[in-house]
Design a binder for this molecule. Structure first.
Ligand SMILES: *[C@@H]1O[C@H](CO)[C@@H](O)[C@H](O)[C@H]1NC(C)=O
Ligand SMILES: *[C@@H]1O[C@H](CO)[C@@H](O)[C@H](O)[C@H]1NC(C)=O
Ligand SMILES: *[C@@H]1O[C@H](CO)[C@@H](O)[C@H](O)[C@H]1NC(C)=O
Ligand SMILES: *[C@@H]1O[C@H](CO)[C@@H](O)[C@H](O)[C@H]1NC(C)=O
Length: 736
């Protein structure tokens, strides 16, 4: 996706006072694929070849109201489809909600919140007449420097799979087609359009394909193939990935669309599984580069190089997805105008979604460190606080700069096509000042380089909050030598020195980091640093969400969706510069590597503190398996049920994220343990509840390369239940 040549700051919106439309409550009963296909057949069978090809072809970059637009047909009638970024909200539109990023949704470890986030996004996209939302993103944080990791759910396939499933369902329940992306092996920005990534089939299935499989099960309407090559062939013309795996093995019924100008051929792309070419042009960076689809695809069908059946199938997949989401009934007109924002009609879709964003921002804030219950703070017991760092303020000059490709104030989303305009942005200084109230003095400085001033401001305050950040994004914007991917893991804007200067001056220093992913923390053991909060990328309500946690209105329950290492060399991956490279770490990604190599992380996957404490007791595990009638050793199916009692043994109410990690039998050759379940349980103080997990064939299988199938290995399994991957409270073994 690309940066248009427009100055967003110079644009004023014409507000027609009477033009406001109310949001149509759109929760609709989706059609089954079978029902959608029979409707699609009735329509597509009336179409000419040109019409079928037209609906598979984009009209060209910046040639339409949305970032992607298809051709409409008349007799039979089928509308031009509007495809729009982004995974966290509507790009290139005003009066929309700009909420928490994918990485925060994952950090909430909260299925219900993830679903609610997707539902409000679905409402907003539908409200603006968008047929296809270009999200959720589900590329992995293979290395913390990967530029777009923050758009998705981190380093673990199970967690990413939950994010995929709940997000797809939430969006599509509102009658909007979701797009799971980017398919596949697109974990870095460096050379993304010209390098080839490869991975063995077991790793492909157990990690990278996992969230796509969960998306297909959830009924996803579209999947976007990625820019990169996989195993030497471009993803958007890769027969194995699209036809064999996605449409064959996973049984995907929707349509594959290309990433923006990721198509490289007509015949190979069409025959190998691409169903829609976006945004249409061969090269969106240059004018008049033509298209691989459109007339050229029609010619290829007429010449017999692509079958007519295949052209019909392409159209059917698009039309069926449209019927499945009930877009043939009462679908609002497109009210975006992505490249002429001042011409877009005024349609406000925000409703009360800001409230949800505030809650999700708080629910995804990870309390990394909290010495002697420094947090929460009772404002009544405070005279003065200090708020320090450019990351604590919002600079009006930088507000909604193009695709958020600028830095210098508070960070609440990364940069690139995965962004949306804030309707407003509550910065931390504002959020904290409001929460502490008028009786508490607030001293502040936003100059990260004047360490003397920072120390002075911090010195006589009861608490000193010091802020810093680290940003990343998509490759078409380069910030300070960070070409999408980060060039290092250190904090930006003199962050380490600023934090040290403040901590040297104030014995109640609280560090707050807004980061796209893991950073190095050389100051972590400074005796004056009493707490560290990790709000990630919280979106428009940033300061309010933060303050809710600081003063204890919300007891934090966010958990790290990735591993924070003590030093960069501890990660077994990097940003690869080669023209072709393999994911050599195979299954040992993230915490699985740290567990395997017995490396102590600074903060492990799944870590996050609470203001209360939870006791775990009475783990019970029951396993049931059915075996092949002839070969008694082959397990056909199995179910494992685990239950554990969780008690809030502290002084305040709060939620625990109970995590279940599975160790496979040694013969399976799997990592030491893998997340296979989590539940968020809210408990009043003194209360307890039984938390249940059910592991089915999906969670109990490994990919067998010999037979190219999922098998449940036999032998001794262990289930580890705890508060993080390194805080296991109870374990129990069972044999299958
Ligand atoms: C709609 O968005 C425009 C542009 O950001 C803004 O000026 C206007 O105040 C917004 N309207 C409402 C009701 O939020
Ligand atoms: C990669 O390509 C080689 C040679 O074309 C082929 O034998 C192999 O099956 C491919 N692997 C995958 C995972 O596509
Ligand atoms: C489309 O077809 C024309 C005529 O055969 C050819 O010259 C052109 O290069 C093709 N365009 C693309 C993008 O393949
Ligand atoms: C790491 O990158 C950031 C952002 O470009 C920069 O501010 C910082 O100085 C770099 N750190 C080191 C140690 O080079």
């Amino acid at each position: 996706m690309h940066l248009p040549s427009l100055s967003t700051t110079a644009i004023t919106l014409l507000l027609a006072a009477n033009a406001a439309t109310t949001l149509v409550e759109a929760k609709v009963k989706l059609l089954s694929w079978d029902a959608a296909y029979s409707k699609a057949e009735a329509l597509v069978s009336q179409m000419s070849l040109e019409q079928k090809v037209g609906i598979t072809t984009g009209t060209g970059w910046m040639k339409g109201a949305c970032v992607g637009n298809t051709y409409s047909t008349s007799s039979p009638d089928f509308p031009a489809l509007c495809l729009q970024d982004a995974p966290l909200g509507i790009r290139f539109a005003y009066n929309v909600t700009s909420g928490v990023s994918g990485i925060n949704a994952a950090a909430s470890f909260d299925r219900k919140a993830i679903r609610e986030r997707a539902e409000y996004m679905g409402k907003e996209f539908r409200g603006k007449g968008v047929h296809v939302q270009l999200g959720p993103a589900m590329n992995f944080m293979r290395n913390p420097r990967g530029g777009r990791g923050w758009e998705a759910g981190g380093e673990d396939p199970f967690l990413m799979g939950v994010l995929a499933e709940e997000t797809v369902k939430g969006i599509q329940d509102q009658g909007v087609i979701a797009t799971s992306k980017h398919y596949i092996l697109n974990e870095q920005e460096t050379n993304r359009k010209k390098s080839s990534t490869d991975v063995d089939s077991r790793t492909l299935h157990e990690i990278y394909l996992w969230p796509f499989a969960r998306s297909v099960e959830a009924g996803v309407g579209s999947i976007m193939c990625s820019y990169n090559m996989a195993n030497g062939t471009y993803a958007c013309e890769n027969e194995y990935l699209m036809n064999t795996v996605l449409k064959g093995e996973l049984g995907f019924k929707g349509f594959v669309q290309s990433d923006w100008s990721a198509t490289h051929s007509t015949v190979d792309a069409a025959n190998n599984g691409l169903d829609m070419n976006m945004p249409g042009d061969v090269d969106m960076d240059h004018e008049n580069t033509g298209t691989y689809f459109g007339k050229n695809l029609t010619d290829a069908v007429e010449a017999g190089k692509v079958s007519d059946d295949r052209a019909t199938d392409m159209a059917m997949r698009i039309v069926a997805s449209w019927y499945k989401m009930n877009q043939d009934k009462n679908f609002p007109d497109v009210s975006l105008d992505s490249f002429h924002l001042d011409k877009a009609p005024y349609v406000n879709v925000q409703s009360n979604h800001g409230k949800l964003v505030r809650e999700m921002g708080a629910a995804s804030n990870v309390l990394l460190k909290n010495v002697k219950d420094t947090l929460p703070i009772d404002p009544k017991k405070v005279k003065k606080i200090a708020v320090i760092g450019s990351d604590s303020i919002s600079d009006p000059k930088l507000f909604n700069c193009a695709d958020h490709g600028c830095v210098g104030d508070t960070l609440a989303q990364g940069w690139g096509s995965g962004t949306s305009f804030y309707p407003y942005l509550i910065d931390p200084l504002t959020g904290l000042s409001n929460a502490f109230g008028k009786k508490v003095a607030v001293a502040s400085t936003a100059d990260d380089w004047d360490l003397k001033k920072a120390a002075e401001v911090a010195k006589d305050s009861d608490y000193a909050f010091v802020f810093s950040n680290a940003d990343s994004g998509e490759e078409y914007i380069n910030i300070d030598g960070n070409v999408g991917d980060r060039k290092n893991l250190t904090l930006w804007h003199n962050g380490d020195n600023l934090i040290k200067a403040v901590a040297d001056a104030n014995k109640n220093t609280i560090v707050v980091i807004h980061a796209v992913g893991s950073v190095l923390m050389p100051w972590i053991d400074h005796p004056n640093i009493k707490a560290v909060l990790w709000p990630g990328l919280p979106g428009q309500e940033s300061g309010n969400s933060l303050a809710d946690v600081v003063i204890g209105k919300v007891n934090p329950s966010g958990r790290l969706p990735y591993t924070i290492a003590k030093k960069e060399e501890d990660y077994n991956t990097g940003i690869d510069e080669e023209a072709a490279y393999e994911y050599k770490e195979k299954l040992l990604l993230g915490y699985k590597w740290f567990d395997h190599a017995k490396i102590e992380p600074l903060f492990p996957f799944g870590h996050g503190l609470s203001y209360t404490k939870f006791d775990y007791s009475k783990l019970s595990v029951k396993a049931k398996a059915s075996y092949d009638k002839k070969d008694k050793k082959t397990i056909k199916d199995a179910t494992v049920k685990a239950s554990i009692s969780i008690k809030n043994a502290g002084h305040v109410e709060g939620a625990e994220i109970v995590q279940a990690y599975l160790s496979f039998p040694e013969s399976a050759g799997s990592p030491p343990q893998q997340l296979r379940g989590f539940e968020k349980v809210f408990l009043k103080k003194g209360k307890k509840e039984t938390v249940k997990f059910e592991l089915t064939k999906t969670e109990l299988s490994i990919w067998d390369e010999g037979t190219e199938s999922w098998v449940i290995p036999s032998g001794k399994f262990t289930i580890n239940i705890g508060a993080s991957s390194r805080d296991i409270r109870k374990s129990s073994s069972f044999t299958l």
